[in-house]
Design a protein around this ligand. Structure first.
Ligand code: CA
Length: 247
């Protein structure tokens, strides 16, 4: 036992289940061993249809999803998962163009990691995503602003009373901005504050902003809430002045 780590409590790594979807046996074996060694329970799927079945049956806490799979590829698997599940998804993707890399994010993945990766790096990324999906130790207070009601303990958010189906990172991004209305944040600041990365692909932020707009804006092409500040970044406005903080 590593004494510097807190003891596994309910909902922490001790009983966390990961679905690893990877058709290359060598990679699957190495990654699975690292995850098991790190204390996770691991289910393996070698193709897309098995992945969807195991996701429904085993209710994993996180899915590691290879992009290139026989049958249904990872992008299609992610798209189908997102119809019913908000489970965190990290895509495993080969180095390619930026479009290739962010395609997974477009269909609802929370993060991606490019091959070749070190298994250790992967475990760190998994822990980072899971930490953000379970904030059991210090739930922050609820927020009501601009028609949104945010409940961090339950990780739910409603907009004018309608529940929003958000992925982990969409929730984190919206929560961050709802706590700081009218402030402008650069993509660098957001990737550090919301994703916890010191560096990273800034298009990750762009894609999440786009996805969030599709869920919260009346007209996502002309956002009234999540505004782009050209050349600077993004800002959450409260057009109806619902928070009384309009200047
Ligand atoms: Ca593959």
């Amino acid at each position: 036992m590593n004494k510097s780590q807190p003891a596994p409590a309910q909902g922490t790594v001790g009983n966390r289940r990961i679905l690893l979807v990877e058709d290359e046996q060598t990679i699957a074996g190495v990654v699975r061993d690292y995850l098991v060694q790190a204390g996770f329970q691991v289910d393996l799927a070698a193709d897309g249809f098995t992945a969807l079945r195991l996701a429904a049956e085993r209710h994993p806490d996180l899915i590691l999803l290879d992009r290139m799979l026989p049958g249904l590829d990872g992008v299609e698997v992610c798209r189908r998962l997102r119809r019913t599940m908000s489970v965190p998804v990290i895509m495993l993707t080969a180095l390619g163009t930026e479009d290739d890399r962010i395609l997974g994010l477009e269909v609802g993945a929370d993060d991606y990691i490019t091959k070749p990766f070190s298994p250790r790096e992967l475990v760190l990324r998994v822990r980072s995503v899971l930490r953000r999906s379970v904030q059991e130790f210090s739930p922050e207070p609820a927020v009501e602003v601009a028609g949104f009601e945010l409940n961090p303990a339950a990780r739910t958010v409603t907009h004018h009373g309608t529940p929003l189906a958000l992925t982990i990172r969409e929730f984190d991004l919206l929560a961050f901005l709802l706590r700081r209305p009218h402030q402008v944040f650069s993509r660098e600041e957001l990737i550090k504050a919301v994703w916890g990365w010191d560096f990273g692909d800034l298009s990750t932020v762009t894609v999440h902003v786009r996805r969030l707009r599709e869920k919260i804006e009346a007209d996502p092409t002309r956002p009234a809430l999540l505004k782009t500040v050209w050349g600077v970044g993004y800002r959450l406005d409260t057009p109806d002045g619902a928070d009384g903080a309009n200047s």
